[in-house]
Design a protein around this ligand. Structure first.
Ligand code: NI
Length: 393
């Protein structure tokens, strides 16, 4: 079966690359992927599948083998682009000013369309159902995944497991990365306003200095990560923006700060939210000021269910060869695939797209990001194989 899938992937390779280039040239921002969704739906219809729209710009379809009720596995690709101006001079360069597929979601989408083609060819030779999820708005809160889940993407039919892939510009093309257990972080945004009483910087006895209060808060917040949390749970708290709009001799009335808090444990995440607020409010109050602490909850942490991930990794090893499977490190970035991982068994793996000889080395979310397109054939075939193996498990 592996040889059969590799053959089918090879036959579809030109089409997958063409699809990827079409998507790359026509990127759409999160929640605005109307043309992308129509394109995906048209491709699925051409395979005689019956795609349905969800979350406005998401597309879902099923490929039923024999005994379609026996087992269901979901495959997910995200479809949105980023507000970045492309700097690559390539034939498939973005035609939209300031919008670019700089995170490889064009590759994920084209690859999953290729997988759909392969699985559709093989539907008489497997049992169960493969659910294809083309998901919008991975890049923007609250994340397309959370909306699709609310709209029932994990029901009717309900998948037992879900698999997603993401391009990896740090991993050479031809290699695949896995990590069992916690993999990516929850992402919460912090918005802090410290209020005092401004005035002449030379007369501190008449003012309540919000700059000094804010400084104490920044330092004290670090102890939430270093002293309140078990060292076994990764976490990071960074304040990246602080505005105290006074002058050399003027203390302002208020200071605003923004930051991010990331961790890999949902219980601890909730506790940390309370601690951060208490510390900041307590310091401000003790110094005569006040503090408004707002947390915009982002994506949860992403956990690769161990048993599923071991099965998928074993299947990938059979498909790719042991020498092409690598271990991934923890990654403190966020990814809305995490929402699925909080609901059902999930596995999110990385598809190598780096080619140093060809200068394809730029990181995701940069204006020079690109992929070695030979990864597309690999990704499409591998995902088809992983789905079939999962249906058999
Ligand atoms: Ni991405």
């Amino acid at each position: 079966m592996i040889e059969k899938i590799k053959q089918l992937a090879k036959l579809s390779a030109d089409q997958i690359v063409a699809n990827r280039r079409h998507l790359h040239a026509n990127p759409e921002l999160s929640f605005q992927e109307f043309n992308t969704a129509s394109f995906v739906a048209a491709q699925l219809k051409a395979l005689q599948l019956s795609p349905e729209f969800m979350a406005n710009t998401g597309v879902v379809a099923v490929i039923e083998g024999k005994k379609p009720q026996s087992r269901v596995v979901a495959l997910r690709a995200d479809i949105d682009a980023l507000p970045i101006m492309e700097a690559n001079e390539v034939s498939y360069k973005s035609t939209k000013q300031g919008v670019m597929h700089a995170c490889g979601h064009d590759a994920h989408t084209a690859s999953l369309l290729g997988t759909a083609h392969i699985l559709n060819e093989l539907k008489d030779s497997f049992e169960g159902t493969v659910k294809l999820i083309f998901q919008p708005a991975e890049e923007k809160a609250p994340g397309g995944a959370s909306i699709m889940i609310k709209e029932g993407v994990l029901q009717n039919p309900a998948p037992q497991s879900i698999i997603g892939q993401h391009v990896a510009p740090q991993i050479p093309v031809g290699k695949i990365g896995f990590r069992e257990g916690m993999y990516m972080a929850s992402t919460d945004e912090l918005f802090i306003t410290v209020r005092g009483k401004g005035g002449h910087a030379a007369m501190p006895e008449f003012i309540i200095d919000p700059v000094l209060i804010a400084s104490h808060i920044i330092v004290a917040l670090q102890q939430v990560v270093s002293r309140n949390l078990s060292p076994k749970i990764p976490a990071v708290l960074s304040i990246g923006r602080i505005i105290a709009n006074g002058a050399t001799n003027v203390i302002p009335n208020e200071v605003t700060m923004e930051g991010t808090f990331r961790t890999m444990n949902e219980e601890w995440r909730a506790i940390a939210h309370t601690r951060m607020k208490k510390i900041a409010e307590g310091i401000a109050e003790s110094m005569g000021g006040s503090c408004e602490f707002t947390i915009m909850k982002g994506y949860p942490f992403l956990v690769n269910e161990p048993a599923l991930t071991r099965r998928v990794r074993k299947a990938a090893t059979d498909f790719m060869g042991q020498e092409n499977i690598i271990d991934l490190d923890l990654w403190m970035a966020g990814e809305d695939f995490a929402f699925y991982s909080q609901q059902i068994d999930a596995c999110f793996y990385r598809l190598g797209t780096r080619n140093e000889a060809r200068g394809i080395v730029s990181g995701v979310h940069t204006p020079t990001f690109d992929i070695d397109e030979s990864a597309l054939e690999i990704g499409a075939g591998l995902m088809a194989w992983l789905a079939l193996e999962e249906l058999r498990s």
